[in-house]
Design a protein. Structure first.
Length: 369
């Protein structure tokens, strides 16, 4: 058992660090997806850490539980472009879309950003029959606001044709994205386009596993949170209380909120598949643990000391050291316990990060109301 956790005001970035050999970073998902390993973490149980596999979920969960998935769909958000109309040179610019501001306007990271200025026009590469241009409306460092010269629906099709999947930096630095990633980096629940990073815990599910969960009496619902590239941004402050979280757009329908509240009323558990689901549910929950419909942006930053009211169990992948997501899981299951779990996972050969294995976390009693 771990001792009481410090609140975020007393924690430093180094408290969330751990060592990971580079060869433990998964470059491809498990095949089949539900064959991935699953580390079960139960605070206070006789067996605190248990090694299972994802397809064991129907035996681990109970009839009446409800799984919650993120139905966001990843777009091929990485584009190659050339700056045009400013003389003979046409430097190449890498564009990573990360947040849609309106139908044809996107915030994006540009590299090298120093070669762009407000008013510049970009020609998007990779389209054979049609041309796509964008103008830089705003620029702040390496971030730009782009106004594309296309209507929303046509723009989506052009981005899909020209773009590549925005693999996380720890994968993209070791191999280029390919056609397999268009399927691999998408969950079976993906329906609403807008994410530039996958809700990776959902990658482990297959139709066969969902059928077995249904036969066991375990239900499922979906929410939406369009994951932004900010999820990969490093925390740069030593005192984590000073970190400012990126905002992401999400939605919980009235029907979904009602069904999740019904789950609680009949004493079933809400099992979040992924930190994105957890973040939007914790944004929308009331002090008396009722989940409200929600539509808008959330920048909730969850660290040790947070009281969890919306969820009962969390399934998630293993996260980067010193990241906001390690802080979130430490808040849920206890910092010392999570560090022990990660040490066990490293020693036991688990595969890490977006294409890696998963863990199933029960909460530390201190994190509950």
């Amino acid at each position: 058992m771990s001792g009481p956790d410090k609140t975020s005001g007393g924690l430093r970035l180094d408290d969330f660090d751990y060592n990971l050999p580079e060869d433990r970073i998964a470059l491809r998902p498990a095949s089949p997806r539900d064959s991935a390993r699953l580390l079960v973490v139960r605070p206070g149980a006789a067996l605190e850490l248990e090694d299972r596999i994802v397809r064991d979920l129907p035996d681990i969960l109970a009839p009446g539980d409800t799984l919650v998935f993120n139905d966001t769909r990843v777009i091929p958000a990485q584009l190659n472009a050339k700056r045009v109309g400013r003389g003979e040179t046409e430097p190449e610019i890498g564009i990573t879309l990360h947040k849609r501001e309106s139908g044809n306007r996107w915030r994006a990271f540009a590299k090298p950003g120093r070669k762009l200025a407000e008013g510049d026009r970009l020609a998007i590469s990779g389209l054979e029959r049609k041309a796509l241009y964008a103008r830089v409306e705003e620029k702040s460092g390496g971030e730009v606001l782009l106004a594309f010269e296309a209507e929303s629906q046509a723009l989506d099709a052009l981005i899909d044709a020209a773009g590549v999947m925005p693999l996380p930096p720890y994968i993209a630095s070791r191999r280029p994205p390919d056609e397999r990633d268009r399927e691999d980096y998408q969950t079976m629940f993906a329906a609403r386009e807008g994410a530039v990073a996958a809700p990776t815990a959902g990658l482990h599910f297959t139709p066969e596993l969902m059928d077995r969960l249904h036969a066991r009496g375990i239900g499922w619902e979906t929410v939406t949170l369009h994951v932004g590239a900010g999820t990969f941004l490093p925390v740069k402050v030593e005192d984590i209380a000073n970190h400012r979280m990126h905002a992401e757009w999400g939605e919980i329908s009235a029907e979904t909120a009602d069904k999740l509240n019904e789950t609680r009323a009949r004493r079933g558990r809400i099992v979040c598949v992924g930190t994105t689901c957890l973040r939007i549910l914790e944004t929308a929950v009331t002090r008396d643990r009722k989940i409200r419909p929600f539509s808008g942006e959330t920048d909730i930053f969850i660290t040790p000391g947070h009281t969890f009211r919306a969820i009962d169990v969390l399934m998630t992948n293993f996260h980067l050291p010193r990241s906001t997501l390690v802080m979130l899981v430490a808040a849920f299951s206890g910092l010392e316990r999570i560090m022990r779990a990660y040490e066990h996972a490293v020693e036991s050969g688990y595969r890490f990060y977006s294409y890696g294995d998963a863990c199933l976390l029960w909460p530390d009693p201190a994190a509950l109301p």
